[in-house]
Design a protein around this ligand. Sequence first.
Ligand SMILES: Cc1cc2nc3c(=O)[nH]c(=O)nc-3n(C[C@H](O)[C@H](O)[C@H](O)COP(=O)(O)OP(=O)(O)OC[C@H]3O[C@@H](n4cnc5c(N)ncnc54)[C@H](O)[C@@H]3O)c2cc1C
Length: 417
Amino acid sequence: MRVLIYWFRNDLRLVDNPAISRACLDADFILPVYLHEPDGELNAYGFERVGPHRKLFLKESLADLRTQLRALDSDLFEFHGHATAVFPQLMKAIGASAIYCEQIETPEEMMQVSELLGMGVELKQFWQSSMLDLKDLPFDPQTMPNVFTQFRQKIEGAGVRFTGPIAAPKYLPPPPDGVDVPPMGEMEIQHSQSPYLGGSSRAQSHLQQYLERRLPDTYKETRNHLTGQDYSSKFSFWLSLGCISARDIAAQINQYEERHGANDGTYWLWFELLWRDYFRFIHFKFGRQLYRARGLSNLPTPSLDVGQFEGWKSGSTGNAFVDAGMHELQSTGYLSNRMRQIVASYWIYDMQGDWRIGAAWFENQLADFDIYSNQGNWLYIAGRGTDPRGGRQFNVAKQAQDHDPQGEYRRLWNKPN
Ligand SMILES: Cc1cc2nc3c(=O)[nH]c(=O)nc-3n(C[C@H](O)[C@H](O)[C@H](O)COP(=O)(O)OP(=O)(O)OC[C@H]3O[C@@H](n4cnc5c(N)ncnc54)[C@H](O)[C@@H]3O)c2cc1C
């Protein structure tokens, strides 16, 4: 009788989850586990890594996952603590021989795994968070082109668009008896004003309505707008926790193209999802170097003086456009790509702030925080990533003129309380 633990990480779904599908084939009993980081841990800058928007989205997503697991006569078991403190004990208690989980190629997550391996835990990882599988790439990621355009051209030249998703398992081996660490029980879901609720069911219905309303057709023209719901896809909310896979989205966009025809909008959605893949794959090549203060550059290490950080983060810099962005971020846990670029550039270049604190604040604030994309984009703007053009300083006054000529966005988010 083989007992396995399935460790859900940023893959809170059953559809197109090769790791759990494999576990179903290999096990007689599976204990599905989600591990929460210990409460109250602060980052190097003195604030929590996970802020209220992401906490809520995670809660909703876990509740949805639990419902799906229960429909298959299984359940979700949640624990708090460090992996090395929880798993070895748990495995012993239930007689588990191994842990299966998704592979995350970022330093802290890799460290969690190597510590477990170092303790003699058998652990099997599966790479499954990109639109293109590693085996479908026309190059080894360790030798991939550094520049995005060259990366994209090679992918397009090889004629690969996405890797096909797989269905959810129809059957899940039951949880073993004797789980002496009790499940945390039902979570109380707070009321939220956000139209974007966590969970893979919501991810699928959001994608459905996005396609039914033919929004891909206008995506390329609207993607730099700042107000309203429909100017961009908002897929990032669900992609960040893996409530839906990028392969599933790409496959459904592909079906849409077969039905309605391909256009600039459908291509551009794929193009942006490819950026997401790119920021993942560069981790195979550069690894920890992406987490150095100087990144891949030879630029001086920015000073860690948190000086004006309070003004930037609370949206009281005095620049109405930037302040509006920071207010939107704080209120909703979301910011358009354009505004992310503008507030990041303002922090790095106009305020001479340390890009690492900016990135850490986004980690706290964004409901759709994704370590690969956040790190990659901050490095890109700071001129410390792979971009040969160096940093991207935005002229904020010009951006306001181009993207908010009537001041609608500024009025919306700079309302007096
Ligand atoms: C400083 C900065 C920090 C960022 N931090 C994050 C983050 O933590 N999490 C995150 O998901 N995205 C991040 N992005 C990328 C991008 O802003 C968001 O993915 C996008 O705004 C999400 O909204 P959407 O789903 O409506 O995007 P759409 O415009 O509809 O794009 C579709 C999908 O393509 C991908 N995508 C789009 N733009 C990018 C990009 N520039 N880089 C990587 N993938 C992209 C996303 O998965 C997105 O869901 C960051 C960008 C910047 C400039």
